[in-house]
Design a protein around this ligand. Structure first.
Ligand code: B12
Length: 245
């Protein structure tokens, strides 16, 4: 099996985009010494994202659960296939439900592998001012999964800088005022981009208001003009975006 056959297989399982990343030599937390990783993105329904005007909605919560299940199932199937082919492989859990604890939830991920890191290294997209992975095709309207492996993969070209330009659509609407409006580059600390604690506090509050026991929101996803088609080139240029490769 080669990289192209593996990509085709993952797409057939329901992924919208697939990328391969080299981790070797990067000393990333949670990489467990694996030299490569597979990043896959599943599109979140456009119509449902469009409902996220001031906070989370029940249809979004259902879609969020559905996509988490799909991503975890894809990861499991990929691990199974790679192991059958004689490689080592390990799935990274899609996400962990927020139990609402006072402290420790955000810190719990400091030593785990970030799906966004694997995605930018694989070339699937870059980090926007909303601190989310932005793909050229779907904008931030994707959820992510990752699998670590020692299969030698044809890796993509990493993305090292953001391309939001002058756009501040997400910053302007964030209900927690958590986004700082800075353009991302590899190595920039998360704290320079946003206040994760303020974001989580607001997301817990907005979620509980509609009976959801988790910290979801998504207003910054809906605000992003990328991923909303058709989005005319002239408008993109007006925002100062550089063109995609
Ligand atoms: C904890 C968590 C939260 C916390 C803290 C947020 C945070 N850390 O950014 C809270 C509760 C606030 C939260 C909120 C949300 N989250 Co959240 N969250 C997570 C979780 C479980 C862990 C993230 C984490 O802390 N990682 C460790 C830190 C250090 O890394 P990071 O912030 O993920 O990413 C940084 C690095 O990747 C770095 N980076 C990028 N490229 C590279 C390359 C190199 C070489 C290096 C060194 C670093 C680097 O830049 C990133 C930004 O600072 C992930 C799932 C996962 N396991 O990855 C989902 C995840 C990040 N969340 C996601 C989403 C969608 C949301 C929400 C929209 C909620 C919702 N579903 O409605 C909001 C959006 C908030 C926002 N604007 O960012 C998605 C993002 C999808 C995307 N398109 O990017 C993820 C990936 C879940 C998934 N499986 O899809 N989340």
């Amino acid at each position: 099996m080669d990289s192209r056959a593996l990509e085709k297989y993952i797409l057939s399982l329901g992924a919208s985009r697939v990328g391969f990343a080299r981790l070797e030599g990067r000393d990333l937390p949670g990489a467990m010494g694996f030299p490569c990783a597979i990043s896959f993105a599943c599109e979140v329904s456009r119509g449902i994202i469009d409902t996220l005007l001031t906070g989370p909605t029940l249809p979004y919560y259902e879609e969020y659960i559905k996509k988490n299940l799909l991503l975890n199932r894809i990861a499991k199937e990929v691990v199974f296939l790679l192991q059958k082919e004689g490689y080592r492989a390990e799935a990274i859990q899609c996400t962990v439900t927020d139990d609402g604890r006072e402290s420790g939830y955000i810190e719990a991920f400091n030593n785990t592998l970030s799906h966004k890191t694997v995605a930018t290294l694989s070339g699937l997209g870059w980090i926007g001012k909303n601190v989310l992975l932005i793909t050229p095709e779907f904008g931030p309207r994707v959820r992510l999964g990752s699998v670590l492996t020692n299969m030698p993969l044809e890796v993509g070209t990493p993305e090292y800088v953001g391309r939001c330009g002058n756009c501040t659509a997400c910053v302007d609407v964030c209900p927690a005022k958590a986004l700082k409006g800075k353009e991302w580059y590899t190595g920039l600390e998360r704290e320079a981009l946003f206040d994760a604690y303020a974001c989580r506090k607001k997301a817990l509050e907005l979620s509980s208001k509609i009976g959801i026991r988790d910290s979801i929101c998504g207003v910054c996803i809906r605000a992003c003009p990328l991923g909303v088609t058709p989005f005319p080139r002239e408008k993109r240029m007006a925002f100062g975006w550089r063109t995609f490769p």
